[in-house]
Design a protein around this ligand. Sequence first.
Ligand code: HEM
Length: 422
Amino acid sequence: MSRLEPAELPDDLLTPEAVADPDGAAAVLRAHDPVHWSPTHRAWLVTRFDDVVAAFKNPALSSDRVRPLMSARDKPSGDASQKMLGLISEWMVVTDPPAHTRLRRLAGAAFKQQQIAAMEERIQTLVDDLVDTFLASSSPARPTDLVAGVAYPLPAIVIAEMLGAPPEDRDRFRSWSDELALVAFGAGGDARPDRHERALRGLEEMAEYFRALVAHRRREPGGDMLSAMISGDDPSDGSGLSDDELVGMCALLLFAGHETTTNAIANAVRLLTADPELRDRVRDDPALVAPAVEEALRLVGPIKVLVRWVIEDHELRGRTIQAGERVYLVLCGANRDPERFADPDTVDLARSRATHIAFGRGVHACIGAQLARIETRIAVGTLLRRLPGLRVEGEPEYLPTIASRAQTSLPVVHDGVPASRP
Ligand code: HEM
């Protein structure tokens, strides 16, 4: 293969070609310049598996990436976007140790108490309810959107229930989640300059709602995760989460757990139904659903890129990475690295499981991975079983964002005669 010059490399991740085929762009970068400076993004694009894994553990790379953005914008503190970023900058996913360590310990303990595995039965019921409604409102041969019908509502309902919110408030969780997605990292294009103002109004309403929910659960604790977070104390100093931290944690769980899981389900359905033989094999053997979902997370994972801020000069593959620059950890490149995965672009149900990094690695590794896996497996397994001959119509259309692999819709048809719920 002849070497491409840096200027010839596909290092703008928001071109229509790169949005349609991020894995193709990442493969070219990985082969020709695995630590590549992108003038467009003003960031280093790191695409090899080993380099990305090492980066997760490198203290020269900070997760505190919102505060530098705020200072760079040089806007007054009353500015709507600045206020929004101020709220987000406290989330544990954008903090470094030791602040992160404390938040993670408290959230981790609450997750443990939730006994996520015990939620399987409830999630199965929720999925079956959504599939019933989907079937009632569609006909087998008319393409109907599975994102709107199943993949989108499910994770919002699960998070709302997990936080102990009443069922009638579920729809509000969905719209807040959309507003969060509008302003949080990587929204490409910035086509709508008023997006921060609009989102801020919704998010202030969300913060008020969570504040009231926190007050309610302080008075009347339940078996939910918010009550567990309220009652948790950090064993190192006995301090619990403040009201502001609890509100921030609720918003983060909704933001981090909604769109990602929606996309995990939608991307897995497209991948696994593209090959009817594979689809029917997975449908007929429930033991294959888990490995099929792992391969979908590896090949078409919901997060394409994670961002880190460089806080100390260092070398990587002969490049000098300087403090103040940004590094993009290109997960979609790492998860298809041929040095790590034999035959990397193929679905291999016998591949050993937890080697991909769709959930990240290191101190920030996804705290909701177990829940996400359960939701995705139940949704995908149920859809394959209950909608025989399931297939997606047309080519995928992805939102033009750097961070997420998000299909705008998933029009599906099936052979009719749906299987009833168990
Ligand atoms: C398939 C779905 C999901 C994917 C692919 C995913 C992926 C990730 C990744 C890559 C990170 C690391 C971020 C970083 O290093 O900067 C992360 C962190 C996180 N995820 Fe997930 N996630 C998913 C679902 C969920 C769910 C369902 C929840 C909770 C309800 C959740 C909550 C979180 C939180 C709170 C963090 C921050 C952890 C920390 O900073 O210590 N995620 N996720």
